[in-house]
Design a protein around this ligand. Structure first.
Ligand code: AMP
Length: 300
């Protein structure tokens, strides 16, 4: 049976497990003059992932979703072994989105024996917020930039889609692409939230009912801070205090709650330009992150 005989989009996604298969599939797409979009993911899809896929599907001839829980971006103390996975469901969802290819390689395909190379964005971008040695540390981003560089080399996408939910990661990847002249356009898609405001994340699956409720303080705190800025407060300390109070009321001690400039993530004392308000916190045992971009209050 040829592909055109397949009934319904759910059947159409092709799963590629090896670099060889991936290169062969994309070679023929390119030969036919088709533009390629890439959506890198670690799977366990939610609407945030699907929003990236929909955007890619609307804008690109061919869409590749990579599904790979990248071990090099997890510290030994982190949740690699327990990271939520459901490949069968993920493949069904990509089929429903009309994705052409899912690249879901085993770890040895990406990191064969003898693998020795790290691609690292140095400097301030990867040593603050999640990159601070007190938190996930810069090695986390080295893991991300190494695997993303490999994916760019393997897929050769014209455009790649990332989420604002991981704001720092998005800035790091834009810097990587600029510094290394990687010929890909990076598109950042808005954070998708649950109806009550919680930013969607695969890790939300870890939250019990009580922590799920407490976790709302992250988005609520960010929103309250945003309202404070909109009402005219620009002093960083005052803005941070507003979000900090909301977290404290839910008995959440953030790993960090910081205002930083965009795109270089320098500390900000006044919100007089677009600024990133970013938070990371453990709620129970689950580490969550969220952020909003604050714009200075309109001057009358
Ligand atoms: P992950 O599977 O967590 O590595 O995420 C894969 C991609 O989806 C990354 O570019 C994330 O930033 C993006 N993403 C994750 N959660 C959301 C969300 N709630 N809204 C928008 N994009 C998201």
């Amino acid at each position: 049976m040829s592909d055109v005989d397949l009934v319904g989009p759910a059947n159409a996604v092709k799963v590629l497990r090896s670099v060889r298969e991936l290169r062969a599939a994309l070679r023929s797409e390119r030969a036919a003059g088709r533009g390629v979009g890439l959506v890198p993911t670690m799977g366990f899809f939610h609407d945030g992932h699907l929003s990236l896929m929909r955007r890619a599907r609307a804008e690109c001839d061919v869409v590749v979703v990579s599904l790979f829980v990248n071990p090099t971006q997890f510290a030994p103390s982190e949740d690699l072994a327990s990271y939520p996975r459901d490949e069968a469901r993920d493949l069904r969802l990509t089929g429903e989105q009309g994705i052409d290819y899912v690249f879901a390689p085993p770890v040895e395909e990406v990191y064969p024996a003898g693998f020795d190379t790290v691609v690292r964005v140095e400097g301030g971008l990867t040593t603050v917020l999640c990159g601070s040695p007190k938190h996930r540390g810069p090695e986390h981003f080295a893991g991300v930039t190494t695997v993303v560089t490999k994916l760019f080399n393997l897929v050769g996408p014209d455009v790649a889609y990332f989420g604002q939910k991981d704001a720092q990661q998005s800035l790091v990847i834009k810097k990587l692409v600029r510094d290394l002249d990687i010929p890909v356009r990076i598109e950042i898609c808005p954070t998708v939230r649950e109806p009550d405001g919680l930013a969607m994340s695969s890790r939300n699956a870890y939250l019990g009912a009580e922590d799920r409720f407490r976790a709302l303080a992250l988005s609520r705190g960010l929103r309250a801070a945003g309202q404070t800025v909109a009402a005219g407060t620009v002093d960083a300390e005052a803005v941070l205090a507003v979000a900090g109070h909301v977290l404290a009321a839910a008995e959440i001690e953030p790993e960090y709650l910081e205002l930083r400039s965009v795109p270089d993530l320098a500390p900000v004392e006044r919100v007089d330009a677009e600024s990133l308000l970013a938070v990371a916190a453990r709620v129970g045992r689950t580490r969550l992150i969220d952020n909003v971009v604050l714009t200075p209050p309109a001057r009358s």
